[in-house]
Design a protein around this ligand. Structure first.
Ligand code: HEM
Length: 92
């Protein structure tokens, strides 16, 4: 299964390319797999991600993508993994 593609399937997620955690069917993504091999660590992974976003937004409230940044992705057949993410923030 090509998870990165399934999560952007325009037939399932209209305008599937942008990250939009508020879309109505956002919870129907395939990132943790499906069925009997569904990820055993998904709750931990979600807690870790929540903490990461909370910490980043608290410590770097102006954090944003660097102007002109365009992601390049690792070549694989499962997940879409950016090779780097260039960011900037305002000094305080
Ligand atoms: C963002 C983080 C994570 C993602 C995207 C992810 C994704 C996945 C996916 C797609 C599968 C299914 C693989 C398949 O069907 O062959 C899977 C399985 C699994 N994951 Fe995760 N995972 C994450 C984090 C974790 C963590 C933190 C743990 C444990 C602490 C974990 C433990 C497992 C285990 C044990 C399985 C095998 C379940 C089985 O085969 O019955 N994962 N994961």
């Amino acid at each position: 299964m090509i998870t990165g593609s399934a999560n952007r399937d325009e037939e399932h997620f209209p305008s599937g390319e942008p990250l939009d955690i508020t879309r109505q069917n956002a919870r129907t993504h395939m990132s943790f797999g499906y069925g009997i091999h569904y990820c055993l660590g998904f709750q931990l992974a979600k807690m870790e991600a929540q903490e990461l976003v909370a910490q980043l937004s608290e410590r770097f409230p102006s954090l944003r993508l660097a102007p002109g940044f365009e992601a390049e992705y690792l070549r694989n057949i499962t997940f879409r993994v950016p090779t780097s993410v260039m960011v900037e923030w305002d000094q305080v």
